[in-house]
Write a protein that binds this ligand. Structure first.
Ligand code: AMP
Ligand code: ZN
Length: 460
């Protein structure tokens, strides 16, 4: 029933887990050197959607997401800020968990930290050395020998030149035998400071790619069902993971690879290096609700680029409001219990779209058509027996997948906007305006109380 586009075969395939009824899922987590941006969260949200759809289809999901708390970027940032590595990474890991929770992303079963799993990485590298898939360098580094794995390039569909001549290795300029060889272990350098582990071949630290190979197999076994990430992870990260894992275990690694497209800003990829990014906290202070961000990130298909701009805020607010009003209308209409109610026929179509490679745009279109139809019936006082209860069942599943209808007690976007405007007025000491906004908030059913730790809201 379920079909996913597998990046490995470049085809839509029927999905069948290795173990009946259970899916093993590994998703590459954040590099915790800074706050994650909503481009990162597009990928994490797509992975959450995948998980919810797998669960909806009746499968149990075991989900592991790693935390990259040691790599070039984390070490550099900690040094720049004159901070111990762990203090820096703990700070951003905590922020990451807070953002996940605020965005209503279902937590993974485990978030293994790379720094806590170095022993497993050393064992995997030792096994690659023993089998002739890796070689040591004089500075204590260990490289993976790409030429020893003829299937290299199967995921990214890249063709690599023949291995470069071995005599390059002897020259000082090249510590690697071939340009595409990559580090499994990075020999210690001054810049690494006290970020160091002992390995049989010398002190140093693991390369980024081995972190995921080692942690995924430690938690999910040598061969598991699904591995995900953003498209930029496909090469070299995932290609290298396949090479390391298959060569170390001698078994297949992952059956299905899924990659989400990027979140863009004015035509360019949202990224830290371009500086064109928004963090969740920035959007929060602009008055975005979790539901609005979820709508922005889930309304496009995961394999197409989405353009983000602050100007989309209003459109999202309108949709969320319309959905909340629909739910409230149905609740008022439905005086029967939901027990025994059946799903409307449109639910089947909604599900089929999701089961066919997570087609969220079409699933949303099915739901919005249905909402229009039911709203018309309510307007005309024409609802059939049990129809409101059936619609409520549908809406419950709809919201399980999308999470874009706020809880009844959640603060609406409109109120958050007003609170932000009032905060600005207060900062500018414009007390008349602040009072005017307070009355407006009051008329919308919310109380504002100014305390020493800031303004607090409560529902009347
Ligand atoms: P990082 O913290 O850099 O390791 O990235 C975490 C995840 O975010 C990876 O899976 C990336 O592929 C993904 N990612 C980074 N930038 C974007 C973007 N603009 N849109 C979607 N995903 C992204
Ligand atoms: Zn990874």
């Amino acid at each position: 029933m379920l079909q996913f586009y597998n990046s490995l075969t470049r085809k839509k395939e029927s999905f069948k887990p290795l173990k009946e009824g259970e899916v093993s899922l590994y998703t590459c987590g954040p590099t915790v050197y800074d706050e994650a941006h909503i481009g990162n969260f597009r990928t994490f949200m797509f992975e959450d959607l995948l998980k919810r759809v797998l669960i909806l289809s009746g499968l149990d999901v075991k989900h592991i997401m790693n935390i990259t708390d040691v790599d070039d970027k984390t070490i550099k940032r900690a040094a720049d800020q004159n901070m111990p590595l762990q203090e820096l990474t703990e700070k951003y890991t905590k922020m990451f968990y807070d953002d996940l929770e605020w965005l209503k992303i279902i937590p993974a079963d485990d978030y293994p930290l790379a720094t806590q799993h170095v022993d497993g990485m050393i064992s995997m590298i030792a096994s690659l050395l023993e089998k002739g898939h890796a070689y040591k360098d004089d500075d204590g580094s260990v490289y993976f020998k790409v030429a020893s794995f003829p299937k290299y390039g199967q995921l990214s569909h890249l063709i690599f030149e023949e291995q470069q001549s071995a005599d390059r290795m002897a020259s000082d300029e090249y510590s690697k035998e071939a340009a595409q060889d990559f580090a499994l272990w990075k020999g210690w350098k001054d810049d690494d400071g006290n970020v160091v582990w002992d390995a049989p071949w010398g002190k140093g630290r693991p390369g980024w790619h081995i972190e995921c190979s080692s942690m995924s197999t430690e938690y999910l076994g040598d061969h598991f069902d699904i591995h995900c990430g953003g498209v930029d992870n496909m090469f070299p990260h995932h290609e290298n993971e396949i090479a390391q894992s298959q060569c170390a275990s001698g078994k297949p690694f992952v059956n299905t690879w899924l990659h989400s497209e990027h979140l863009m800003v004015e035509g360019g990829k949202m990224s830290k290096s371009e500086g064109n990014y928004y963090t969740v906290n920035e959007l929060k202070s602009q008055g975005f609700t979790p539901e609005n961000i979820r709508y922005q990130l889930l309304s496009g298909h995961y394999r197409t680029k989405i353009n983000f701009s602050l100007a989309k805020k209003q459109e999202g607010e309108k949709i969320v409001k319309r959905l909340s009003e629909f739910k409230a209308r149905l609740k008022a209409e439905s005086n029967e219990t939901k027990l025994g109610a059946e799903f409307p026929k449109e639910y089947q179509l909604f599900q089929e779209n999701l089961f066919c490679d997570l087609d969220t745009p079409n699933a949303l279109a099915v739901f919005f058509d249905y909402m229009r139809k039911i709203n018309r019936k309510i307007d005309n006082d024409n609802m059939g027996e049990g129809e409101a209860s059936a619609a409520l069942l549908f809406i419950e599943k709809f919201n399980y997948i999308f999470g874009i209808i706020p809880d009844d007690n959640a603060i609406p976007g409109e109120i958050i906007n007003l609170m932000n405007e009032r905060e600005t007025a207060r900062l500018e000491k414009d007390w008349a305006l602040a009072d005017e906004i307070r009355s407006k908030i009051d008329s919308l059913g919310w109380n504002v109380k100014d305390t020493q730790s800031g303004s607090k809201l409560s529902k009347k």
